[in-house]
Design a protein around this ligand. Structure first.
Ligand code: ZN
Length: 145
């Protein structure tokens, strides 16, 4: 179990788009492409495909809550026409998830790290490569000779 201070640090690392385990490695190497693992501590950011669905759910829920609150606040303060409201909050609903995708993904990876599914795993690549390479005649893997 993590202390409150450590939990805040892990979330802060996620919001800064850094590895939640060490805080050094970047989560993204291109604007919308998540790296497979941290180059410093070898934590895999996504162990199974579909783990990013939680970030998408979180992003969608936050977007809809903000759009509904924004709709009622602008309606009560200025009472703009409904068409203007639809354009404003429809545009917000389409653009906000694209602008916050990275941060939601970073937060979700931080949550996964707190849950125990993102941790340093330096043998991952070696095991993965070993499956692809045939064994030598002795039956021993290359690393053991
Ligand atoms: Zn790391």
């Amino acid at each position: 179990m993590y202390s409150r201070k450590t939990t805040i640090i892990i979330f802060w690392r996620g919001l800064r788009l850094r590895c939640p385990a060490c805080g050094l490695g970047a989560l993204f190497d291109h604007p919308y492409r998540l790296q497979s693992h941290c180059p410093y501590c070898h934590s895999r950011y996504e162990r199974a495909s579909g783990e990013s669905v939680g970030a998408i759910y979180m992003n969608t829920i936050i977007t809809l809550i903000l759009a509904v609150i924004g709709f009622f606040v602008t309606d009560s303060l200025w009472n703009p026409p409904v068409v203007l409201q639809l354009i404003l909050w429809g545009g917000f609903t389409l653009s906000f998830p694209l602008l916050t995708y990275h941060f939601m993904r970073g937060l979700w990876i931080s949550i996964a790290h707190l849950g125990g599914s993102v941790y340093p795993d330096p043998d991952y690549e070696r095991e993965w490569v070993a499956e692809e390479q045939p064994l030598r005649q002795t039956g021993q893997p290359k690393d053991e000779q």
